[in-house]
Ligand binder design. Structure first.
Ligand SMILES: [Zn+2]
Length: 295
């Protein structure tokens, strides 16, 4: 009986040691990456859905509660969440996930970033570290996934091999899809973006950024800017892409002036996405960008 109790106790301890890490991510793309790399060893929740602008969020008590219990916070970083995440971290009172601690990870800071033009001065768009929107470049995401594997391994050493293997599998899945995406985009010219949120995707596939609806990051389009942009775009092929939360008037006017089609696409997969669902989001973007190839 004593031996049985001891064995039961040992089992309990072991299962305790193997409890999944509680990971809170800011955006669904970060959640998808964490699920891809962490697999069964992580329990992931995300603070924002893919229907909201992750630059500008209202801080809610539910966010602090989620972060209070977290073993790890995974953010896009590079100031993308600068308008609200610092307040959530400060109020959550969880020392493990503060900036600079082992339980704090910023994906954009793990990869080479593209520059952004000077900002409008709005703090939510003050991109000191370059453009933070790395999540639409599948290869940068794969690289960030490898860094995330090291972070997860530091927090759960027993499963280090699994994290590294799963990060490698995610990279392999991305690399396997690259030729398909390249083939679909043959002949595509480029895109007019509302915000500079898909520049990494355009850059990855050699497509041109034909312009932005925002005259400067964070500032909605003005009539003057739209007229100038339309004049520049005369005779160009391409597609106008906006996120679901961007006001439709500017894109509609530009489309009327230029004849370019409009596509509305989220920047993130659904909140419950895994690595495969992330790849399907890139599929949707590739399909939309390819639509700009035909006159
Ligand atoms: Zn931005």
């Amino acid at each position: 009986m004593k031996r049985f109790l001891l064995a039961a106790l040992l089992l309990l301890c072991q299962s305790g040691a193997q409890a999944a890490l509680k990971v809170v991510t800011t955006t669904p793309a970060m959640a998808a990456l964490t699920r891809a790399v962490g697999g069964e060893h992580v329990q992931v929740s995300t603070l924002v859905g893919n229907d909201r602008d992750a630059h500008m969020l209202q801080v809610k008590p539910s966010m602090m509660r989620a972060v209070r219990d977290a073993d790890l916070v995974v953010a896009v970083g590079a100031d993308l969440e600068a308008g609200w995440l610092p307040e959530v971290l400060a109020s959550a009172g969880n020392p493990r996930v503060q900036t600079g601690r082992p339980g704090h990870f910023e994906a954009a800071m793990q990869v080479e970033r593209l520059p952004d033009p000077p900002s409008s001065g709005f703090s939510a768009h003050l991109h000191r570290y370059g453009n933070p929107h790395i999540n639409l470049d599948p290869l940068r995401m794969a690289q960030a996934g490898e860094s995330l594997a090291r972070t997860l391994a530091g927090l759960d050493t027993a499963h280090a091999d699994d994290f590294h293997r799963q990060a490698a599998a995610f990279r392999a899945a991305v690399e396997a899809r690259l030729p398909v995406w390249r083939e679909s985009l043959k002949g595509a010219q480029g895109a007019v973006l509302y915000h500079r949120d898909a520049v990494y995707l355009l850059d990855r596939f050699g497509l041109k950024l034909l312009g932005t609806l925002e005259p400067v990051p964070g500032v909605p389009p003005t009539a003057n800017h739209l007229r100038e942009l339309a004049a520049q775009l005369q005779g160009q092929k391409g597609v106008i892409v906006q996120a679901p939360w961007h006001a439709p008037d500017g894109p509609r006017q530009l489309s009327e002036l230029t004849g370019l089609p409009i596509r509305i696409l989220p920047l993130d997969p659904p909140a419950d996405a895994d690595g495969q669902a992330y790849l399907r989001l890139i599929d949707a973007w590739v399909e939309a960008l390819a639509a700009g190839g035909t006159p």
